[in-house]
Design a protein around this ligand. Sequence first.
Ligand code: ZN
Length: 244
Amino acid sequence: MRDDLKTLLELQELDLKIKAHEEEKAGIRRSLEELNEKIKAEEETLARLREEGKKETVQIKERELEAEEKRIQIDKYEKQLFQIKNNREYQALLDEIRGLKADIENIEDAALEVMEELEANRAGLKAEEERLSRDREKLRAREEEAVREIARIDAGIERLSSERQTLIPGVGQELFGKYCRIRDHKPGRALVPVVSQVCQGCDMRLTAQVNNDLYKEDCVLYCENCGRLIYLGKPPLSPPPAAE
Ligand SMILES: [Zn+2]
């Protein structure tokens, strides 16, 4: 095999390692972002629960005031009862008082319902506050860990990059340029072997012409199908004869 090809293959392996390191870093950043999003959603839930709690407290106060007004009215009517001589008027006032008492009962029932809601809301609020504080703590710890992890990965990338740098002169400008263009646009390897006439980048069979050229000239060509750089790989060992 040509020396420049051998060197480019080595360089390619370093590039793949560097890429894997970059992906690892992106994964760490993504997981921090996800936790941040979760915390944001929890903060919003908490704000909403607090707002609901405030509204419910106001509603309870309003109901209490309403009931109190009706009690004052009842007091007033009860005092008036003593002054009434007319039986019909007396009955009418008694009906009024009964109506007010029924109103108070309804108001108190409604207030009780809101109080129950408020209580449930408070329990939810407490659970949400605890969750939020746990997640904030988790995020803080993960951020510290991420700083250490990323420093470790960056050190690895730096090592690989300087090793890679020493290989570039051995590849030759033209071949290196072709390799870089494909590497930036294709997933996986940019330079792949052809084994048994099949491109190992896209798994497609090459034409006889391309295959002959690879054989004759020990050269690097483009795969007609996927556009990757191809070279002649070692043919696989012939399979054992099938059992009759
Ligand atoms: Zn191909």
